[in-house]
Design a protein around this ligand. Structure first.
Ligand code: HEC
Length: 160
């Protein structure tokens, strides 16, 4: 019996989401993504396939128009602030995306050089999206990769 309880605690902690996660907001952000970003950004693809496409195949296999949502998710968390403080990192990520969407400039990129070189600078979305919508879509992007149990794409907590 003790062993079973212990197993439940271990499994439970593996699938536990941080208190900052809010499923309603995540789903709201996902809708914004589908409506305003998905014409250029694919939501998610396995990283090994993406890296092969960008680094070895010059984007000729997948012919992607922009970095994928899960790549952006990973880069937001690894390039901006510290993941030790999720609330603060989320704020900083939102500030970055608001600034980037209104005033895009590849000089500010958080993406890998080997990925970003395949694209022209993203067109500005000034007038096409509100700050609130950008905050929601960033919330979605932030949690898209690296948190078990958030979505069907991601299954390895150690990668976060
Ligand atoms: C018309 C096509 C298009 C649309 C629509 C679009 N993007 Fe992009 N986006 C791009 C391209 C191309 C890049 C890569 C070049 C760059 O970084 O400027 C990019 C890059 C990005 C980056 C990474 C910036 C960097 O270089 O670090 C973020 C974040 C981003 N987009 C978010 C969004 C979000 C959120 C939306 C929807 C609200 C969106 N984009 C809509 C084309 C688009």
């Amino acid at each position: 019996m003790k062993v079973i309880v212990f197993l439940f605690i271990i499994l439970g902690s593996l699938y536990a989401l941080p208190p900052e996660f809010d499923r309603q907001r995540y789903e709201l952000g996902e809708k914004v993504f589908e409506k305003k970003c998905q014409e250029c950004h694919v939501k998610s693809m396995p990283i090994d396939i993406l890296m092969k496409n960008f680094i070895e195949e010059n984007n000729e296999t997948l012919k992607l128009k922009a970095p994928t949502g899960n790549e952006i998710s990973y880069r937001l968390k690894s390039q901006i602030g510290s993941k030790e403080d999720i609330e603060f990192q989320l704020h900083e990520a939102m500030d970055f995306v608001i600034d980037y969407l209104y005033n895009p400039n590849k000089a500010k990129t958080i993406c890998l050089e080997g990925v970003i070189k395949h694209f022209d600078t993203m067109p500005s979305m000034k007038g096409k999206i509100t700050k609130e919508e950008i905050k929601d879509v960033t919330f979605f992007l932030y949690f898209l990769e690296g948190f078990n149990g958030v979505n069907k794409f991601y299954h390895d907590e150690t990668e976060f």
